[in-house]
Design a protein around this ligand. Structure first.
Ligand SMILES: [Zn+2]
Length: 262
C-alpha cells in the first residue's frame, strides 16, 4: 500500500499524553497499519525541530518547518525566526516551508502580525526556491492576495476549504490541493466540489491528525493511517479505484515535495 499522508502532527501533545511509548512508538504503529509515508508538519520553531529529528530517525518520515499563523503570537523578532527556519531548510529531509498562512477563525492573533510572518516566509521560500504548505482558514481573500505577490512560489493548500473556483485558479497558478477528512463529511459540499474540479495530478491527501478525523471516526482523535478514508472518498469522487487514488496521490506528494523513493 502506498498511502501517503501529506500533513500530520505526530508530535502533538495529545499523542505524547495518550499513546503509550509516546510519539516514536506512535509513528511505528502508524507505519505498520497502512500508511507508507508521513510528512510531519512544523507550526513553530520548537516542533519544527522535533519534526526534523523525527525525519532523521525514520526513513518514511519527512519534515516541514515554519510558523503557523496562530503560533506567530510566540514571537516578536521575525528576522531571528526566519534565520532559524532558513538553517533547518538546508537539511536533507526537510521538504517544504510550512505550515504558513492566515487564520482568521480565532480573534486572538493579530492579523497584521500574521501577514508579516506569512510574507517574510514567502520571501524566504522564493529566495531558497522551496515549496510551501499553506494554512488558510477563513482568510481566502487575503491569502490569495499574498500568494499572488510571489508567483514564483508554489506548493500545497492544505485541508482545502475554498470554493471550486478558487481551487481552479490555484491549479492554473501551479499549486497542489490537499484534501483532509473534511471531504468525507456529509454536509461538506465545498471540498467535494473542489475535489471534483482539481485535476488528478494535483491532488494530495492528508489527515492533519490528530485533528479533523474522517467519517466514521468523527469525535475521536485522528491518526495518519486513517488517511485511507479520505483516499476512498477521493477515489469515489474521481471514479477511480482506491489503489489508483493511493498511488496517484502518493506520486503527486513526491513530485511537489521533491522526494525520490528508491
Ligand atoms: Zn496542520
Amino acid at each position: 500500500m502506498k498511502l501517503f499522508d501529506s500533513h500530520a502532527h505526530c508530535d502533538d501533545q495529545r499523542i505524547e499524553n495518550e499513546f503509550e511509548g509516546g510519539c516514536r512508538a506512535y509513528i511505528k504503529y502508524q507505519l505498520e497499519n497502512g500508511v507508507r509515508n508521513i510528512v510531519n508538519i512544523g507550526t513553530n520553531l520548537e516542533n519544527s525541530r522535533i519534526s526534523v529529528a523525527l525525519s532523521e530517525e525514520f526513513d518514511e518520515i519527512y519534515a516541514t518547518v515554519g510558523i503557523h499563523p496562530s503560533d506567530t503570537r510566540f514571537y516578536d523578532d521575525v528576522d531571528y525566526v526566519i534565520s532559524e527556519i532558513e538553517k533547518m531548510l538546508s537539511l536533507s529531509k526537510v521538504v517544504a516551508l510550512g505550515e504558513i498562512g492566515l487564520d482568521y477563525h480565532y480573534e486572538d492573533t493579530d492579523k497584521e502580525k500574521q501577514k508579516l510572518f506569512f510574507e517574510k516566509q514567502m520571501q524566504l521560500a522564493k529566495r531558497l526556491d522551496v515549496p510551501v504548505v499553506i494554512h488558510d482558514r477563513e482568510a481566502h481573500g487575503d491569502c490569495m492576495d499574498i500568494i499572488k505577490k510571489y508567483p514564483e512560489v508554489t506548493g500545497i493548500f492544505h485541508s482545502f476549504s475554498g470554493s471550486s473556483e478558487m481551487a481552479d485558479e490555484l491549479v492554473k497558478m501551479g499549486w497542489y490541493i490537499s484534501f483532509s477528512g473534511t471531504v468525507t463529511y456529509k454536509n461538506a459540499q465545498k471540498p467535494k466540489e473542489a475535489c471534483a474540479t482539481v485535476p488528478l495530478d494535483r491532488i494530495l491527501i492528508e489527515t492533519d491528525s490528530p485533528y479533523l478525523p474522517p467519517v466514521p471516526h468523527r469525535g475521536e482523535m485522528n491518526h495518519p493511517h486513517l488517511v485511507s478514508f479520505t483516499c476512498e472518498q477521493v477515489a469515489s469522487i474521481k471514479k477511480i479505484s482506491f489503489e489508483e487514488a493511493a498511488r496517484i496521490t502518493a506520486e503527486n506528494a513526491m513530485r511537489v515535495f521533491n522526494i525520490k523513493i528508491q
